[in-house]
Ligand binder design. Structure first.
Ligand SMILES: [Zn+2]
Length: 218
């Protein structure tokens, strides 16, 4: 709460700056980047293929350059004003590849409660809720549970990442997933280890399909 108030005051005292090049941003509230950086955002045109449990992945951007600055500003500087912009682009890609409605339920990848207290918000949940609003599909933030704290995936090698998230998630009992089509939302997709760990649980509980939607992917 205090962090939210501090951020609110910060945005009043300091005019909006581009999260990538730090120049003042002239454009409207849905365009959080300066026009020059907006043009260099690395677009991701194709959906990612099937993993073992994940049916496919959709991301509007590649996780590099200006896009990396955007995601880091959201995650570590609390620039939650980036959420509507990212959710708009994510929604466009989902509709392009999966049609409408793309699923019956949207679920964010959860944070462990300790991490959530430190950060005060879960960026995956903010993106999932904004995406759910745009698609008029229910978002269920408490269906997946992070039952064990894990090290940040970015610090680990590929092999270590699957081990790191093994057994880290659980499902709320009575989730009622049999036959359902789901969209799992996260901020970035790298090796897909986190998405696979969640999708394995969801499929075991009877989900028919699990597509993963992220703002960016490697
Ligand atoms: Zn810029």
């Amino acid at each position: 709460m205090l962090a939210q108030i501090a951020r609110g005051i910060g945005s009043l005292l300091f005019p909006s700056v581009c999260p990538s090049c730090r120049r003042p941003v002239e454009s409207g509230p849905r365009d959080p980047l300066c026009a020059a950086c907006l043009r260099t955002l690395p677009r991701c045109r194709f959906p990612g293929g099937k993993l073992r449990h994940v049916d496919g992945t959709v991301s509007p951007f590649l996780y590099k350059g200006v896009c990396r600055d955007l995601v880091l500003a959201l995650k570590y500087q609390g620039r939650t004003s980036l959420v509507p912009f990212l959710a708009d682009r994510m929604a466009e890609e989902v509709v392009r590849h999966l049609g409408l409605p793309p699923a019956e339920r949207i679920l964010p990848v959860p944070l462990h409660p300790t991490r959530l207290r430190e950060r005060t918000f879960n960026q995956a949940e903010l993106l999932a809720r904004a995406l759910a609003d745009r698609m008029e599909i229910p978002c269920e933030g408490d269906l997946l549970i992070r039952c064990r704290p894990t090290r940040p995936q970015a610090e680990l090698t590929r092999d270590e990442r699957s081990r790191n998230v093994r057994g880290a998630f659980d499902l709320r009992s009575g989730a009622g997933l049999k036959g359902s089509r789901l969209l799992l939302v996260d901020d970035i997709l790298t090796t897909g280890a986190t998405a696979e760990a969640c999708a394995a649980l969801l499929k075991k509980a009877g989900a028919r399909s699990v597509w993963v939607v992220t703002a960016a992917r490697d």
